[in-house]
Design a binder for this molecule. Structure first.
Ligand SMILES: *Cc1c(COP(=O)(O)O)cnc(C)c1O
Length: 403
């Protein structure tokens, strides 16, 4: 039998480790489900039939390939060639659908007729609801009661798509409690339910599966930049929440040392205030959601609440592959504040006519900071992971416009 893992390079190893990170720190009762998922993923993902179905979904349904857009006016301002990878144009308004479509397709191959997911702000729940409706799967989204109250708009969108939103009243009634509830549900309904995780986090094989479904971003960038410029970029920037848009962007370029990779986390109100979401930049080693990674924790190992103006970056952990890439010096990790992200939104709106989501605005903010280091022929690619249309309520609170 051929070793399908070899298709994906060196990492993870067969136990799901990225160096010492990652792994499968899950209750014993879940191990058979994780093993089934891993086996089924390898069988399907390496088959031509599955690949053809996925490419078809990405094309006609999701709207891929997304453009690699040359930002003429921003390039003038920054003094180098700036390109945006337009994941904001994917159906649903963000890169998240690349993963939910892939996993929903996989779920049908595994003969599961029900999807569950947890969501904090509702964006992953929304992307899961889209995929669930598209495949005719029963879809149930666990969401902390506090988040349900805060995110009425997204709750409505999920329900409109036929998904059931289940408010979770335990604990702090936020994301971590929703995760616990989703896991509990999965354990009881394992035979017909697929648990759809939304980023390159969680126990093995999730970080691998989500990376593979998001890799399409970097593959397209590579082809598109070769067509437009005849060479690879000097620097690529992507924001990191759990790390899926960044991992999907970076993966194809890891072996090409002449391309610098920069991941931008949420600095919130500043690292010193403790109100941030910069797990990789400012966190410490620990276990969260089934993997050894970098997390925000207090001295007793209790998970600390993260903070960011952007819901998508508001997560106290990060994917294990990012930790490895950082530790071996391949990935540079930095952070941008709420305020810098808001300024970047203003800049992007007025110079390019594009309202970016708050998450990739962090990447644009960092690009602005380092632009002086680059010459006019240098190529910078920024992954615009999503559209700002979901953020209008927050923008209204922070960016006063003239009457
Ligand atoms: C969810 C989200 C993110 C953060 O998730 P990653 O897994 O780090 O990509 C970033 N940008 C947008 C637009 C999102 O919706």
């Amino acid at each position: 039998m051929k070793n399908t893992l070899r298709y994906y390079g060196k990492y993870p190893d067969e136990y799901g480790h990225y160096g010492e990170f990652g792994g499968k720190f899950a209750p014993e009762i879940l191990i058979p489900a994780l093993d089934e998922l891993e086996q089924s993923f390898h069988e399907n993902y390496s088959s031509e039939k599955f690949q053809a179905e996925l490419i078809n979904l990405y094309g006609d349904y999701a709207g891929r390939p997304t453009p690699l857009y040359f930002c003429e006016r921003l390039s003038e301002k920054f003094g180098c060639k700036v390109y945006f990878k337009r994941e904001d144009l994917v159906h649903g308004g963000a890169h998240k659908l690349n993963n939910t479509l892939g996993q929903a397709l996989l779920a049908t191959k595994m003969k599961k007729d029900r999807l569950i997911a947890e969501t904090g702000a509702g964006q992953h729940g929304f992307a899961t609801a889209i995929a669930g409706a598209k495949f005719g799967l029963t879809t149930e989204i666990f969401m902390g009661h506090k988040d349900v109250m805060r995110q009425k708009h997204n709750v409505y969108r999920m329900k409109l798509l036929g998904a059931k939103v289940i408010p979770v009243y335990s604990g702090d009634q936020t994301l971590k409690d929703a995760i616990n509830e989703a896991l509990r549900d999965w354990i009881s309904n394992i035979h017909h339910t697929h648990y759809l995780i939304g980023s390159v986090v969680g126990p093995h094989p999730y970080p691998l599966i989500v990376r593979e479904f998001q890799r399409v971003i970097g593959k397209e960038i590579k082809e598109q930049i070769m067509t437009k410029e005849g060479r690879l970029p000097d620097v690529i920037l992507a924001c990191i929440g759990g790390g899926s848009n960044a991992m999907g962007t970076f993966y194809e370029f890891i072996e090409n040392d002449s391309t610098a990779l920069i991941g931008i986390e949420a600095e919130g109100e500043g690292i010193a205030t403790g109100k941030h979401g910069a797990s990789l930049f400012a966190g410490t080693k620990g276990i969260l959601h089934g993997a050894l990674t970098y997390i925000l924790q207090d001295e007793y190992g209790q998970i600390q609440e993260s903070h960011s103006i952007s819901a998508g970056l508001d997560y106290p952990g990060v994917g294990p592959e990012h930790v490895l890439l950082k530790e071996i010096g391949r990935l540079k990790v930095v952070a941008a504040t709420d305020k810098e992200a808001l300024e970047a939104i203003d800049l992007c709106c007025k110079t390019e006519g594009i309202i970016p989501a708050l998450e990739p605005a962090h990447a644009i903010a960092h690009a602005a900071k380092i632009s002086a280091e680059y010459d006019k022929d240098d190529i910078m690619v920024i992954t615009l992971s999503g559209s700002g249309s979901k953020d209008l309520d927050i923008l209204k609170q922070h960016m006063r416009l003239e009457e």
